[in-house]
Structures are given as C-alpha cells and as structure tokens.
Design a protein around this ligand. Structure first.
Ligand code: TXE
Length: 502
C-alpha cells in the first residue's frame, strides 16, 4: 500500500527520497495545510545539511555509475515511457495530492498531470535523438565535431502552484539527456513529488538518478543551491528569490535557469472579437486563481471599447462559481497560501489608495468559511505607475488600463520590469505582426492566451528570468557541448604557432 494518497498521508510526516529509498529525516518537521479548509493535514521535514549532501552525492553517484552513465539512450527513453505510463495510471491520485496541498481545481490539476505524462513521452522520444554536429572547419586533414553531453547533477527548486508540471519541465529533458537530479519541492506542496518519486523507482530508474529533499527555501534550498557538486540549477519562483539564488549560484559559477513570473499584458484592440477576447482575459487571470506565472494581470483596452469591455468583464466575474476545488463545477478555488490571501489584500488596499476604481470583488469570499478564498477582483482606471500594475500579485486580481493608439499600446505593454508572456486580441494581422516584433516578452499569444505547448520553448525576458523550458531548447539547457578535433594529416607542425589556420 502506498503512503502517497490524501487519506494515508493525513497527519503523517513525509519522508525524503534518496537513492531510490524513502528515508525519515533527522530535521524538524513543519505542517502542510489544506487551503480549502485552512486546516493542517500532513507535515514535512526540513532536511538537514547532511541529508542534502547525501542526496547530491547520490545523484553524483548515479552520474558515475555504469547503471546510468552507460545505459543506452534508447533504454533511457524506455524508462521514461514506463514512468509516463505509471503517471497516466495514477493521474487521479497524483492530482488529488496536489489539490490537497495547493487548493487548485481538481479538473485543472488532472489536465496538468495528463500533460506531465504527455510531455514525458515527448522527451522520452528525444533521448536517442540528441546529436552533435560535424563542422567543416577550414583545415584540411582535420575532423572537427561536437558531442552533446549531460551537464551532470541538476538541482531543481520547485514552487507550489503546479508542483509536478513545473518539476517535469526540468525532469524530462534533463533525464532524457542523461543527467541526475535532486529536487526540493515547495515547503507548501511536496506530497505529489514524493508520490512521483515512488513511481520513478517503480519504473526501474537506477538509484540516485532522482532524489527529493523537502524543507524551507533558506535552509534546504540554500544548501542545495550552494552545493559544490551541483552542476546546474533549475528554479521557478519569485524574482526576489531568483536574485538570491543567482547570487548563491555565482559562488560556484553554477549556471541556472530562472523562471520568475510576470506582469503580462493581455490586450484588447478595438477591432477584436469581443466575445473571444473577454473570455481570453477571464482565462488569463481568473483560471487557477491567477496563481500562474503567465497570468494576464494587466488588461490593456482601447479607449473606444473600454466601457463595454469593463462592463462585460464585471458581468463575467460575477458569474464565476467559487467553491471547493474538488467539485466538478467550481471555477475558482482557494489561494494556495494564507500569505497569498494577505498579499492580495495589501494590493487591493494599495490600489484603492492610488486611485484605481474597484469594479468587482476586492475581498475574501466569506461564504467559504475558513478556507483561503478571495473574490475575483477587477480594478478600472489603473495606470502603469500603480503598484497593482507593476508587481506580480499571483491572485485573481485584474487591472484595466486604457490606451489610445498602437504606439501608446506597445509603450504601455512594454513598460514593466517583467517580460514573460503577452496576449493580443485583434483581427488585423498587420497589427498582430507589428506587435509580435515589438513586444519585449518571451511568449506572444495572438487571439489566444495561456496556450503553452511542451514542443515550444517557453521562458522570460528581463526580470522574468533566463533560460528556456520545453521544446528542443530544453535539451540544449541540459546538455553541454564538447568540441573534438582530430588531426589525420600525419604531419608535425611548428609548436610555437597556434594552428588557427590550416
Ligand atoms: O516563492 P519563492 P513564494 C511569485 C509570486 C509569489 C511570490 C512569492 O508572485 O507571490 O513569488 O512566492 C524556494 N534558496 N511566484 O514565497 O520564495 C522555496 O522554498 C533556494 C511566481 O512561494 O520564490 C520554493 O521551493 N531556494 C512563481 C521556491 O524557492 C529558495 C511561482 C519558490 O519560492 C530560497 C511561485 C533560497 N534562498 C511564486 N528561498 C512562478 N514563476 O510561477 C526560497 N526558495
């Protein structure tokens, strides 16, 4: 019987996972809460520095073991296919663990867990198709080619909003490329990642390829990031933490991928199909309670349609069904953390003081009792200078910003320290093309929003971070290039002159 179900874990403490074994931690434990009720449901340990070290050494051991290092690429892919099948067979159990930890809708987490299995299959198929290149250098009698090698031990630091999906953005390409991994899940949502670890062992991965250490960011996360045996860091979280991690990583010159959220513009042009556009804005900010890195939290609207759009959005917000995340017809569940409820409250008060007009919501959804629910909230008359438009809130809070013409629109869209995603609703393809070129963001969605694909690179510009997930770009992130030169001329050359020419 597995420990990793919502019932079995009730009141229990999570273990660590090192070398394919679940081990109890010597560290202090702290509670994990159910956001739907606000009640404690399980706990997890704050792994000790020694345990972090053991996990990293286990991963290093896998990298040097014949079982992993010498496994053929095709066999690596086969293990990933097997794991993907196990995930597919356990979608409901894994999704319910995520919902218990982070309060997101069961139907959303179910879709995301299916997506984890699908994207694992995509990368499994890549495992034996990672190639170097042969370079026709300007030197006769020399062969020059590149090898793509695994980077080594990957440390993944995962947030609470979509634990398995965000873990897997690193896991699948890293493992397909032959790396080993230590993950530190969020201190708010580790259960599904330990359930995933159990499936990793069941699929038959050699010991040490995947390890889990739970605990706080400044304790366990920091020890992991600073570990000298870590070869690359994959971090998803807030920009302040991202800066701390980049600084810690710099001590060992450890490279990192940082995905740090955004303040993405979702723009409605005067010529847009308003039904589709308004639905796209609703999906961009109210789906997942706005707790998504690509949330379209700034809605830029052309002056001529501003009043109509505001009216339609307010009507749509009033229809959103707030309820328990496991109920099939719920559209907005609780926020994952009490601190996020407080954060939303601070932004709402700040926006009112700054002169924004509260059009909808603005408070807690009191009918949901002690659960961490807030109302879908819309502010009108927002300007880019206001805090509500400058900082990521990570909640269901939308700001409406007017614009006058395309120049004003692009200037306002780009007037942000972030640059993750962007959306534009228009039927004018020339306008769409100009926007696509000039927007300073890593992802552009035209007449759609929140439509990522595992096959397409995703990642931010500016304070939204650096490095790419998904697509072949992710394989590039988790491999390094070695250049090999072979001289078959049989000649001896002047030793005091570098052979830059033939
Ligand atoms: O994130 P943190 P928090 C944004 C969102 C949210 C804000 C704060 O705006 O309101 O960040 O959320 C680990 N060394 N996003 O506090 O702190 C931490 O334990 C190593 C956007 O939850 O960034 C957790 O595992 N690790 C976002 C992870 O970092 C450290 C998703 C994320 O935590 C660490 C989540 C340290 N010094 C929040 N400090 C997105 N891009 O989707 C913390 N951690």
């Amino acid at each position: 019987m597995t420990l990793f179900t919502t019932d079995a874990l009730e009141g229990r403490c999570l273990p660590l996972f090192i070398n394919n074994e679940f081990v109890p931690s010597q560290g202090q434990s702290f509670p994990s809460y159910d956001p739907a009720t606000g009640a404690e449901w399980s706990s997890m340990p704050d792994a000790t520095a020694d345990e972090v070290d053991r996990a990293v050494r286990a991963a290093r051991g896998a990298m040097t073991s014949a079982a992993w290092r010498d496994m053929s690429q095709t066999d690596r892919g086969s293990l990933m296919y097997r794991l993907a099948d196990l995930i597919s067979q356990n979608v409901d159990r894994l999704s319910r663990l995520e919902v218990r930890d982070n309060g997101k809708l069961l139907k959303e987490m179910t879709a995301l867990t299916h997506a984890v299995a699908a994207s694992m299959r995509y990368f499994a198929g890549m495992a034996d198709k990672i190639e170097g290149t042969t370079i026709p250098v300007n030197k006769p009698d020399m062969l020059n080619f590149t090898l793509r090698e695994p980077v080594g031990v990957i440390a993944a630091i995962v947030p609470w909003n979509s634990p398995l999906l965000l873990l897997n953005r690193a896991f699948s390409p890293a493992i397909a490329a032959g790396n080993a991994m230590v993950v530190k899940p969020s201190e708010h949502s580790a259960a599904s990642i330990l359930a995933f670890a159990e499936l990793v062992a069941e699929a038959g991965f050699p010991p040490g390829v995947f390890n889990v250490v739970t605990g706080g960011g400044q304790t366990v996360g920091d020890a992991l990031v600073r570990h000298p045996e870590v070869d690359k860091i994959d971090f998803t979280g807030g920009p302040e933490t991202g800066r701390v991690i980049a600084a810690s990583a710099a001590q060992n010159l450890t490279p990192a991928i940082l995905e740090l959220g955004g303040k993405s513009p979702n723009i409605i042009c005067a010529d847009a199909d308003l039904d589709r556009a308004v639905t796209g804005v609703v999906s961009g900010i109210f789906a997942a309670g706005g707790q998504t890195c690509v949330a379209g939290s700034r809605c830029l609207v052309h002056d001529s349609i501003y009043d109509e759009v505001a009216e339609r959005l307010v009507a749509r917000a009033a229809e959103i069904r707030i309820g328990a995340p496991t109920e099939a017809d719920t559209q907005l569940g609780p926020l994952a953390l009490w601190s996020q409820v407080e954060k939303v409250g601070r932004f709402v008060e700040g926006a009112k003081t700054a002169g924004a007009k509260l059009l909808a919501g603005g408070g807690r959804a009191e009918q949901m009792g002690a659960g961490w629910y807030v109302q879908p909230t819309i502010f009108g008359d927002v300007t880019n200078e206001m805090d509500i438009a400058r900082n990521e809130i990570f909640g269901p809070v939308l700001g409406l910003i007017r614009y006058s013409d395309d120049e004003d629109m692009i200037a306002k869209a780009n007037d942000t320290r972030y640059g993750l995603a962007s959306g534009l609703w228009t039927n004018d393809m020339e306008r769409a093309m100009r926007f696509m070129r000039r927007i300073n963001a890593g992802m552009v969605w035209i007449n759609t929003y929140r439509s990522p694909s595992v096959m397409a690179p995703s990642g931010g510009y500016k304070d939204s971070g650096y490095g790419k997930h998904n697509g072949f770009a992710a394989i590039n992130e988790f491999t390094r290039i070695k250049t090999v030169v072979i001289d078959y001329s049989g000649k001896t050359h002047d030793p005091f002159v570098m052979r830059v020419q033939s």
